[in-house]
Design a binder for this molecule. Structure first.
Ligand SMILES: NC(=O)c1ccc[n+]([C@@H]2O[C@H](COP(=O)([O-])OP(=O)(O)OC[C@H]3O[C@@H](n4cnc5c(N)ncnc54)[C@H](OP(=O)(O)O)[C@@H]3O)[C@@H](O)[C@H]2O)c1
Length: 313
């Protein structure tokens, strides 16, 4: 197998020992694997892979064709098209995937979209609906809304009948985010006075969160998913008390196998039909050959993109 390997902070394309599918795993010939912020952090040495995942191959999501299955696998067989969240190791020509963390790729969805779907749609679904209990008719603010998790959050919230306000830094992307279902698209500095919000999906962190929390409605819920702009903030706790508001944070990668399976089941039930019908889609800003992962990571870091950058095997 060939893989993107992190070696002293650089990404090199090289041979790696073949992965072996465990009893409940699929061996997948990877076609496409999305890039995420976590990969860039891992490359810098800041976000080691969880136990059981390759330590030196990045990649939290992939799509590809099943080539072999473990002894206890019942849900898939060789030839099936799957897309999955993995603890790491997705950016390689072959990877192993837990059968419960793999979803079938709907007909009509191409490899780049499938490869960029899993991490961001699982994360956005879990944050909005499981953590924040977003309901139809509620008003939600998505910050950093043009990125991978943002485009998923905007579409899922809109699809459920929520009113979506999206904050987007790049003016060039405002129209595209509105097209995905945001009723209002604003600059990050324009959040004050735009509430009240029942739910805040915070994808930017310190630069954005205090203003967003101040706009929560009574009973409002905020979930912190990304802290790229910093993790330390000053908050008015009286304000939280007065509004009976709640704040939570969440990560996906370190969850246990059963916990991830629960998210996968929710996404299978609630998001896969929307993807299959075209009601939600995966905007792919660029595809880059996996052999040139460094260029893909540079594009990701440069920002200004709508949705995903996906490496193609
Ligand atoms: N907790 C979890 O389980 C989990 C899962 C997935 C991702 N994440 C994290 O969640 C965050 C979002 O992920 P993603 O995949 O959507 O990343 P992404 O595709 O890079 O999107 C981030 C978005 O935030 C914007 N942004 C960044 N800094 C900003 C600032 N200071 N002010 C205003 N906007 C800013 C970016 O705008 P520009 O393009 O203009 O830079 C971009 O549109 C990342 O920090 C990621 O690591 C967490």
């Amino acid at each position: 197998v060939h893989a993107v390997v992190i070696r002293e902070g650089e990404l090199v394309w090289e041979e790696h020992p073949d992965p072996v599918a465990g009893d409940t795993e699929l061996l997948v010939e990877v076609k496409a694997a999305g890039i995420n912020g976590a990969d860039l952090m891992q490359r810098r040495g800041g976000y080691p892979a969880p136990a059981g995942s390759p330590a030196d191959i990045p990649g939290l999501e992939l799509a590809g064709e099943v080539v072999a299955v473990g002894r206890q696998v019942t849900r898939y067989r060789p030839g099936d098209r799957v897309m999955a969240v993995v603890g790491g190791g997705g950016q390689a020509t072959m990877a192993t995937v837990d059968e419960w963390h793999a979803l079938p790729v709907p007909d009509g969805i191409r490899w780049p979209e499938a490869g960029g779907f899993s991490e961001v749609f699982w994360t956005a679904y879990d944050a909005l609906f499981t953590q924040c209990r977003l309901a139809s008719g509620e008003r939600v603010l998505v910050t950093g809304a043009a990125g991978g998790v943002g485009i998923a959050g905007v579409q899922l919230a809109a699809a459920t009948g929520a009113e979506v306000v999206a904050s987007v830094r790049s003016p060039a992307l405002h129209a595209a985010v509105a097209e995905l279902g945001a009723g209002e698209v604003i600059e990050p500095g324009e959040v004050t006075g735009r509430g009240p919000f029942d739910v805040v999906l915070e994808l930017v962190g310190a630069a954005s969160f205090p203003d967003a929390v101040a706009e929560l409605r009574t009973g409002g819920r905020a979930v912190v998913i990304g802290v790229g702009s910093g993790a330390k903030v000053e908050l008015d706790l009286l304000h939280l008390m007065g509004r009976r508001a709640s704040i939570c944070g969440s990560t996906l990668r370190r969850r246990s196998r059963p916990e991830k399976s629960v998210v996968a089941a929710s996404v299978t039930g609630h998001v896969l039909p929307l993807l299959a019908s075209g009601q939600v889609r995966v905007p792919v800003h660029a595809t880059v050959p996996m052999t040139d992962a460094t260029a893909g990571y540079e594009q990701f870091a440069a920002g200004g993109k709508l949705g995903k950058i996906v490496l193609m095997a």
